[in-house]
Design a protein. Structure first.
Length: 374
């Protein structure tokens, strides 16, 4: 199959983790006889430096002309520490999500037995955890009117949701909950005891629920959900929630897996295009050091392959990632002492995909590409 992939490396560790995904995608292309054509484009701080605009028109054009989009990360400390900055890297990503109508961000959370020891939670609590967060991505407080008064002493961010915005992602989440491999349970996370928008979410979800009689629905306030995700994460199957709550609880949930660096996501929507990105940020402290975890990005590439109809290819990539974790070929975020470099992990995963590695491996050879710091 021939596929056009727009690649937005973005900021911080974005380029180096994305590079490993491309390496893996190239191995997939070769093994399965596909032709992936990559077009690189700018977004974020990188784009501001080069063009003055966090999302140049050309990037939108390239995305619209592609079959799918692979994205790295966004953000730079020089903007984080300057609240007066008018142009900010994140505006690029938010505008891209809005322009392409990527209204649903799908974030799967699962655990790997080889990483259990890293979780601050007890093994028996996290064993078998498997849930998926459906985070609304183009509405809510992120996109409502923002104001600050002349004296810069009072500011507001408006949170707005329409019935239609809630319905479309709710249907997507319900459909997903009905999949054979799911446990047919949907939890709406909101703050309906306080927020009008949350009450609307509840009403709309209650109205829709009877169309999916095989799915059990429950409702949870976000403060309680934050606690339940740690206390009893196994209770969740599908979590449906609004933009900001989803942003927060998905970072929290990553702790269950062992590292934020492991988690992939897919942003899908109305236009038929989808964007795939790890859930982590640009992690500027690690940029350029070859220590960032490329797994979130590689697993995002796997989600992309599946979305492109390449299920076997996606499964092979996931199997390769599982293999690295099982043999403790992990980056510094996971094992601060015995860690491997970003590029080594990318190489191992792509070698596995290319069939150059079978179940057992000469560890000594890989040891040579290990960190020299330890
Ligand atoms: C994410 C990120 C973004 C968000 C930022 C970089 C704008 O944290 O994708 O989770 O808040 O959506
Ligand atoms: Mn986030």
């Amino acid at each position: 199959m021939k596929k056009k992939i727009a690649v937005i490396e973005g900021d911080g560790i974005g380029p180096e983790v994305t590079r490993q995904s491309i390496r893996v995608l190239n191995a997939v292309a070769e093994a399965f006889n596909h032709d992936f054509e990559y077009t690189y484009c700018l977004m974020g701080a990188d784009a501001i430096d080069k063009t003055g605009n966090p999302l140049p028109d050309e990037t939108i054009e390239v995305c619209l002309d592609s079959d799918t989009i692979l994205f790295g990360a966004i953000g730079h400390p020089k903007y984080d520490n300057d609240p007066t900055a008018k142009v900010r890297p994140e505006q690029g990503l938010l505008k891209l999500r809005k322009t392409l109508q990527l209204y649903a961000n799908i974030r799967p959370i699962k655990t790997y037995s080889s990483l259990f020891h890293l979780s601050p939670l007890k093994n028996k609590k996290i064993e078998g955890v498997d849930f998926v967060i459906f985070r609304e991505l183009t509405g809510g407080i992120y996109f409502g009117e923002k104001k600050i008064n002349e004296e810069k002493t009072e500011a507001s961010d408006n949170c707005v949701y329409t019935k239609e915005e809630i319905e479309r992602i709710a249907h997507l989440a319900f459909h997903f909950a009905q999949k054979p491999e799911r446990r047919k349970k949907l939890t709406l996370v909101d703050k309906a005891n306080v927020l009008e928008t949350s009450r609307l979410w509840r009403k709309v979800v209650q109205e829709i629920a009877p169309q999916y009689p095989d799915v059990t629905v429950d409702y949870m306030f976000v403060d309680n959900a934050a606690m339940q995700i740690i206390l009893n994460p196994k209770q969740f199957d599908i979590i449906l929630t609004e933009n900001m709550f989803g942003d927060i609880i998905s970072d929290e949930a990553s702790v269950i897996s062992g590292s934020l660096g492991l988690l992939p996501s897919a942003s899908v929507g109305a236009g038929g295009l989808a964007l795939f990105e790890p859930i982590h940020g640009s992690y500027p402290q690690a940029a350029g050091k070859d220590i960032a975890n490329p797994t979130g990005s590689i697993l995002s590439a796997a989600m992309m392959l599946e979305w492109l109809g390449m299920k076997d290819e996606a499964d092979l990539v996931r199997q390769a990632v599982n293999w690295t974790l099982q043999y403790s070929f992990v980056t510094k975020d996971i094992d601060p002492v015995n860690f491997y470099f970003t590029s080594t992990i990318g190489e191992l995963v792509s070698d596995y995909v290319s069939g150059k590695i079978s179940g057992s491996v000469k560890r000594e050879n890989i040891e040579l590409r290990k960190s020299t710091i330890i």
